[in-house]
Design a protein around this ligand. Structure first.
Ligand SMILES: [Fe+2]
Ligand SMILES: [Fe+2]
Length: 235
């Protein structure tokens, strides 16, 4: 089942044929090679990173929604402030698909932590999505947007405004999330001298808010609150 917020974003794609192709891939993100089909953690519960950002259940969906929103905000700036032109279909489709094969490379270890699948030893999420976009005859402009989303660290730098916007939005969202998780982990260590593994963005923002509102005591109280909530969820 496609997440309702992801479905709503697909409806922003005006080109019917492109929208159909995007939805088909989103609904069935399976990668086949040598007659073997690879499917990973379901998109709705997968993380979008193993350690630096969005590394908790649901992180993948949060990243896609947030990065797409940021990309659309950049489109507004380009169009309304700089009087430039942007193809929003490429932006939305690019953001929705850019990391779709990350979950195929992730697995859950016995202790609940995330690890990588056998496929990940041979291919990374970017190579997988590019080969799949080519195989499914997606437009070249969209293939470029997705290939360039890692910017200077990827196989090609952004050469179109749509590719640049998607790269920046992706980077911005990963940094925003990663910095907040790091800051919260630091505050927790300083306040109570221990770690809270698997911190979600919601918990991290609560910790940061509690420090601003009530100082170190606030952080300690919030850590206790989070632990109780987690324990209640397990029972
Ligand atoms: Fe990526
Ligand atoms: Fe991403």
């Amino acid at each position: 089942m496609l997440h309702p917020k992801i479905r709503a974003l697909t409806e922003k794609i005006r080109d019917k044929e492109l929208r159909k192709k995007v939805v088909e891939l989103l609904e069935n993100p399976v990668f086949e090679v040598g007659g073997k089909a690879y499917s990973g953690l379901p998109l709705n519960i997968a993380p979008a990173g193993l350690s630096h950002h969005h590394c908790y259940p649901g992180g993948y969906i949060e990243h896609i929604i947030s990065a797409t929103n940021l990309a659309l905000a950049l489109c507004n700036s380009v169009e309304k402030v700089y009087h430039g032109k942007v193809n929003r279909d490429l932006i939305v489709a690019g953001m929705l698909l850019h990391d779709i094969f990350k979950p195929v490379t992730y697995t859950v270890n016995e202790n609940g932590s995330y690890g990588t699948t056998g496929l990940a030893d041979y291919m990374d999420h970017l190579s997988i999505i590019i080969s799949e976009l080519v195989r499914r005859s997606f437009p070249l402009e969209l293939i470029h947007v997705v290939s360039a989303h890692h910017g200077e660290y990827g196989p090609i730098r952004p050469h179109t405004i749509e590719a640049l916007i998607c790269h920046l939005a992706d980077l911005m969202d990963s940094r925003l999330n990663g910095e907040v998780l790091n800051a919260a982990a630091y505050l927790i260590r300083k306040a109570v001298g221990e770690e809270l593994p698997g911190l979600t963005s919601k918990e991290a923002f609560e910790i940061i808010h509690s420090k601003a509102a009530e100082g170190w005591d606030g952080v300690a109280k919030t850590v206790e609150k989070i632990k109780k909530k987690r324990a209640a969820r397990k029972t």
